[in-house]
Design a protein. Sequence first.
Length: 424
Amino acid sequence: MAIESEVLVVGGGLAGLTATLAAARAGADARLLSYKQSTLRNASGLVDILGYTPEGDGPLVDPYDAIADLPDEHPYRTVGVPTVREAMALFDDAVPWYRGGHTDRNALLPTHGGSVKPTARYPEGASAGLASDDRDVLLVGFESLVDFDAPQAAAHLRAAGVPFDARGVTIRFPGDLRADATVTRYAKLLDTDGEVTVRGQARPVRDALAERVNTQLHGEERVGFPAVLGDDDAPGIRAALGDRLGAEVFEVPMGPPSLPGLRLEDRLFAALDAAGASIETGNPVVDYDGDGRVERVYVERNGARIPNAADQYVLATGGLVGKGVESDREGVSEPVFGCHVPHPDDRYDWFETDAFGDHPFARFGVSTDDDLRPTRADGGTEFDNLRAAGSVLGGYDFAAEKSGSGVSIATGYAAGRAAAEEVR
């Protein structure tokens, strides 16, 4: 017997989570199938709508204002500005501790490498680090956390012309964690305010950390730490450190594995639970039945093929990096439903000789109609009850544009809502 639902979403990244949430909140019996852990744990936790034009102009002040000038094949042009706004409203409601929803303007946030990134939404814990704030900043790195070089990041910020003085120091984290310690190890120790040994004495870790940073402060009003300041009690940790330092504390977004990404993932899964959606993770979708209409998909579990049936489907399996789009010497393909992926026949036309050039492969993905249904090479619809969302879509370069999260949220919302409307 097939597991039945009204809307079935394949893929557990930001697009898949948003599609499932949109469908469930619209009243559909929605189910999410995710093979691996969500890719959000590898993301910075920042949510971009559009930071740069496809031509590289930017950073953009108002991402919504720039959407009308994007190429026709861009996913934002497919769903339209009103839908992007509705999708971001859904996100804001699901994740109320994110900031940026009060304005259409991009915020500028420093990242762990010292670059300043335009972004539309950012965690509350990063809000005191805005590059538009003119208060001086001390960046604090840890010897055991080699992914964040605070002095170098501060130098890059100064070179970028930020309106404040930025200085960086590296200290030893109390408790002398190993260089290979995970970010969650720092977070758990700070969450519990566990005791660490400092000069032969047991001390609460928050006190010990503040004491070490205090010796480095030169009157800065803001102190930025790598994004490891707790998971269960992040606001409490920032407040406690701020009180001890006499400065406002913020987190600097990090690369993978990302604690802000994990926090965002947890919140979105909690929102799905609250909306009544069902979730299955850990098993891949390996096949489907249907001709012109998807009848069911098959999930491989312990060597068995388990059928899952629905009235409507959403494909949100990711792009080339996430294996939602695959390439080999024969061409480029979408592996779950075999949807057409437009690409040049000559593999030398997939890329530019300049490593940082405008590579066509960055825009590879399925093409869709105005309802996000994947289309064949002849322009016809692949399946009348399948929609695509997120980076499986073609027509945009999310890395260059800084648009990946926004496209995932907007198209996930549009696909999930449209699927729910079909089953009402």
